[in-house]
Design a protein around this ligand. Structure first.
Ligand code: B4P
Length: 183
């Protein structure tokens, strides 16, 4: 089983849903930058105060803030991990490559979850988080296309990328991902 995984895909593709289950069943550290940022907002920390308005607009929080969070978590961990929602742009991907070289922990697999916009919007509207209204969702999809989608070619060029159809039940998608992690 692969131990160092990265989940990539548009907002609402189900990265968090799948990552949580897989990390729990395989004993991997689940590192969701979205969840970590929401926890900071909840705790009303200085970082949370900076992140809150940015997230509400559907934009990306600054690379420095996100990198500081990821760096400290990866340095503390000793086993496998699953990065969910990070990196989100090329600068974050390059910083991650450097950090993982320092830690001698190379990525083993990048899973790209693919889903049509209509289904993404439907899923997010029914989730109903505070940043899940239609206008903000459409902006998040634009941000994904402009800033995050270029990572697809970055990881494809490294021979790490495998795409998964993210339509279907949670169980169906989990078994598609399991087939890749066990290959
Ligand atoms: P995230 O928390 O990463 O969330 P997401 O991309 O919106 O959702 P995800 O793909 O994880 O979908 P989920 O499983 O929840 O990002 C939120 C914000 O945080 C960003 O906009 C940004 O501001 C900030 N941020 C995060 N990381 C950052 C970074 N690295 N740099 C800068 N800023 C960052 O699934 C969605 C819904 O679909 C759920 O309701 C779920 O129950 C449902 N669902 C899942 N699978 C399903 C299925 N198979 N069938 C039907 N419904 C399904």
């Amino acid at each position: 089983m692969k131990q160092r995984l990265l989940f990539l895909g548009p907002p609402g593709a189900g990265k968090g849903t799948q990552a949580q289950q897989l990390a729990q069943s395989q004993g991997l550290l689940h590192l969701s930058t979205g969840d970590l940022l929401r926890a900071e907002v909840q705790a009303a920390s200085e970082l949370g105060r900076q992140a809150e308005a940015v997230m509400a607009r559907g934009e990306l929080v600054s690379d420095d803030l996100v990198l500081a969070i990821v760096r400290s978590r990866l340095q503390q961990g000793s086993g496998g991990w699953l990065l969910d929602g990070f990196p989100r742009n090329l600068a974050q991907a390059e910083a991650l490559d450097t950090l993982l070289r320092e830690l001698a922990q190379p990525i083993e697999l990048v899973v790209l979850m693919e889903l049509d916009d209509a289904l993404l919007i439907q899923r997010l509207l029914s989730r109903g988080r505070s940043d899940d209204n239609e206008q903000v969702i459409r902006h998040r999809l634009e941000v994904y296309r402009e800033q995050t989608a270029p990572l697809i070619s970055h990881y494809r060029a490294l021979g790490l990328l495998h795409a998964v159809e993210a339509a279907g039940t949670v169980e169906e998608i989990a078994s598609r991902i399991a087939a890749l992690t066990q290959a």
